[in-house]
Design a protein around this ligand. Structure first.
Ligand SMILES: Cc1cc2nc3c(=O)[nH]c(=O)nc-3n(C[C@H](O)[C@H](O)[C@H](O)COP(=O)(O)OP(=O)(O)OC[C@H]3O[C@@H](n4cnc5c(N)ncnc54)[C@H](O)[C@@H]3O)c2cc1C
Length: 470
């Protein structure tokens, strides 16, 4: 039935919408930002420009039993947008319109392909604020953020994407279009289908329009960098600041290995004995913010910081952020393989989790660097190697180390992914965390939206066998 699906799609949607066989860009749709050496070329990619086009693709593919993989900007880190079962990639990259910004209702209505940073700039021009700030915001799409329930440093105070999605338009497998949610600030009239779609990684439907909640733009912000001699001292300082009742918008931690990699790249000269950094950002009215900043600075001193840097001007703040932002690129530059996991543990277990990562490193001989959103317990555990990335034994060793990290995280009461999602790479590790019963109910839920199992197959839930795969 899938014979000449490309021809059918071309006839129905126009050749201009299709990136087909032989096109130089087709291979791009078989890759994302996950650390997988394989790529999975689709039969074609369809670049939809409207809900009607998305609906037509889903109708045609359901009739012909062809798998469809939704795709935003392809910045996902766990293979969610890879067409592992072949078939069609449905890309929203041309759906880039900001349809409405309403400063009175504090909402924006947008198409899914809008780049997250562009939405932020557009609302900030009207003194409004869309807080979720994934580090990829300059190139990831808002639809992809909803599909992965993306988070970022500001999630500590403001929460993740889910908190900002009021309504969705979703095209379902078979072509039906569903609108759910509301424009109002509150509303409990129906089951919360909006929350039910957020974070489903393109396995329930294709998001074609979103209604986003906005906040007034915070009048002032300041950034503080606390440098500590080691992780336990930094961890104790974080716990003390939280016990003091302080609620900064950002509370980030990076370990010694991360600091050592970023040290030569930054304008800030780290003290020679720097063993961990804590980056804190506060916002609010200028006077209360200044008080908070002074209090945090003094507390960091009391709690054993070897250096404290505070910045209020945008240029100074950018310089302080540089120390945190450059860690990931510095690691990528320094190592041939960088597997970035994003485990999340209860806040009180962060220091223990870092000690366990050190243990995994000592046991496996794989280097690690850990940084992340300490305020949320969400840690980017980077497993690093300069061995040959194409060697299957090397890859198996990396994933065996990742599995050890997952096991330790779950033992501490944590969860496998705090923000990147499950996709392909974490799919088969889900049973480490969740019961067969819970997985079974999720399978039934998926089957309700996609009874033929054609929408983003092979993702999000373990395959019905016990092996771990990449
Ligand atoms: C350098 C870097 C830093 C990052 N930092 C962060 C971070 O701080 N926080 C964070 O959460 N993530 C981060 N990520 C991961 C990634 O950017 C996010 O997961 C992002 O939300 C993916 O958006 P995307 O548009 O690229 O989606 P894609 O990668 O294209 O797709 C991701 C998933 O969403 C599905 N999808 C995409 N669009 C739709 C749609 N319209 N309807 C239905 N399903 C859809 C896809 O099928 C796939 O399963 C980072 C990635 C990189 C490379």
């Amino acid at each position: 039935m899938s014979d000449d699906i490309v021809g059918v799609l071309e006839r129905e949607l126009g050749a201009g919408a299709i990136v087909g066989p032989g096109h130089e860009r087709l291979d791009d749709y078989g890759r994302d930002e996950s650390p997988l050496p394989e790529f999975y070329p689709p039969l074609c990619a369809v670049l939809v420009e409207s809900v009607d086009m998305a609906s037509a693709v889903l109708r045609i593919c359901a009739e012909r039993k062809v798998p469809v993989t939704p795709r935003g900007a392809g910045s996902g880190m766990c293979g969610g947008a890879l067409p592992v079962a072949g078939g069609i990639v449905l890309s929203t990259e041309r759906m880039k319109k900001i349809l409405e910004i309403d400063a009175g209702d504090l909402i924006a209505r947008v198409e899914p392909g809008v780049i997250t940073g562009h939405l932020q700039e557009a609302v900030e021009a009207q003194q409004l604020f869309y807080p979720p700030d994934p580090a990829s915001l300059e190139y990831c799409s808002i639809g992809g953020n909803v599909a992965t329930n993306a988070g970022g440093p500001r999630a500590f105070k403001y929460g993740v994407t889910r908190e900002y999605i009021l309504g969705l338009e979703v095209a379902l497998m078979g072509g039906e279009v569903l609108r759910c949610g509301r424009r109002t600030a509150k509303g409990v009239t129906s089951y919360d289908l909006v929350a039910g779609f957020v974070g489903t990684e393109g396995t329930f439907g294709v998001i074609t329009e979103l209604l986003v909640k906005l906040l007034p733009y915070p009048p002032a912000a300041a950034t503080i960098l606390g440098v500590f001699s080691d992780v336990p001292t930094a961890g104790a300082a974080i716990n003390a600041l939280l016990r003091d009742g302080l609620r900064p918008r950002v509370l980030e931690l990076a370990d010694k290995n991360s600091v050592d990699y970023v040290r030569p790249k930054t304008r800030y000269r780290f003290p020679a004995n720097a063993g961990a950094i804590v980056l804190i950002e506060v916002d609010g009215e200028p006077d209360t913010m200044t008080m908070q900043m002074e209090k945090i600075g003094m507390r960091c001193d009391d709690l054993g910081a070897i250096d404290v840097l505070a910045a209020t001007e945008p240029a100074e703040r950018r310089a302080v952020w540089e120390a945190r932002r450059l860690i990931s690129p510095a690691l990528k530059e320094g190592w041939k393989i960088k597997v970035n996991e994003d485990v999340c543990v209860p806040r009180g277990r962060i220091v223990e989790m870092l000690a366990r990562v050190d243990r995994v490193s000592a046991e496996t001989g794989i280097a690690t660097a850990v940084f992340g959103h300490a305020g949320d317990g969400n840690l980017h555990v980077n497993l690093l190697s300069n061995d040959n990335p194409d060697d299957p034994d090397v890859r198996a060793k990396m994933w065996a180390a990742a599995e050890q990290v997952f096991i330790h995280c779950v033992a501490l009461g944590g969860t496998l992914s705090g923000e990147h999602g499950v996709g392909l790479t974490k799919r088969d590790y889900i049973p480490l965390e969740q019961s067969e019963q819970l997985i079974g109910w999720q399978r039934k839920w998926k089957a309700m939206w996609d009874p033929q199992g054609l929408l983003n197959p092979g993702k999000r839930l373990p395959l019905q066998r016990n092996a771990c795969s990449e």
